[in-house]
Design a protein around this ligand. Structure first.
Ligand code: ADP
Ligand code: MG
Length: 211
């Protein structure tokens, strides 16, 4: 565990309270090292093994920021599987319990039209698998991502440079240049080159020492 507390990472007191309420008292190393840089507005690449707390490394600073200036679609989280999408939604819901948080899960197997309507209601957080989000971008004109602030690639190594390449290119083309890109991965397998190509701003890279 890390030397710092969540307070020292400069997260809002309401987030720290909610973390404590669910028994999370100290940041994991990836949270300690990445959250301050996310809060500073940098693009961040975080690499650490499965189970190291990568979800809250992006969810906490996004919720902190969202509470200060909520508007339209604020963050888009891309993840390779449906199961991960629902897990991420749950993490946001648990910590964002006191906010009126609107989330939309965009994955295969759900009704396209209903999902499109949900997107049009401008959720704060969109959590999507690449294929289904891409389908919506191509078929729907009831929503847009032009003002979103954060693009997160969870399990980035699985999203980039592989079978989702066309979908990811389409998604990058639909989001603003000045977004903040956060990439998390469990492996280093040539993820660096792939992610550096998509992160445009000053990039902070943190890698777990054992990776
Ligand atoms: P990863 O994405 O790195 O595989 P997760 O974000 O899914 O890991 O987190 C794994 C587990 O650790 C989850 O059950 C989560 O609630 C828990 N967890 C996350 N951060 C902390 C923390 N700071 N202290 C204790 N448990 C945590
Ligand atoms: Mg994860």
């Amino acid at each position: 565990m890390s030397a710092k507390t969540f307070e020292q990472l400069k997260l809002s007191p309401w987030i720290v309270r909610q973390l404590k309420a669910v028994g999370i008292n100290k940041p994991t190393p990836i949270q300690e090292n990445c959250i301050p840089h996310v809060l500073e507005g940098k693009d961040v690449i975080g690499v650490a093994k499965t189970g190291s707390g990568k979800t809250l490394a992006f969810a906490l600073p996004i919720l902190h920021d969202l509470a200060q200036e909520p508007y339209g679609i604020f963050a888009i989280i891309i993840t390779p599987t449906r199961e991960l999408a629902y897990q991420i939604k749950e993490s946001f819901a648990v910590i964002g319990k006191s906010m009126n948080l609107r989330q939309c899960v965009v994955v295969g197997g759900l009704e396209m039209i209903e999902q499109g309507q949900e997107l049009a209601r401008r959720p704060h957080i969109v959590i999507a698998t690449p294929g289904r989000l891409y389908d919506h971008l191509n078929s729907c004109n009831t929503f847009h991502f032009r003002r979103m602030k954060y693009l997160v690639l969870d399990e980035a190594d699985k999203l980039l440079g592989g079978p989702y390449d066309d979908e990811m290119k389409g998604i990058f083309a639909a989001v603003p240049e000045n977004k903040q890109t956060l990439l998390f991965s469990a492996t280093m397998t040539d993820v660096l080159d792939k992610v550096k190509a998509v992160a445009k701003k000053e990039v902070f890279l943190w890698m777990e020492p054992s990776v």
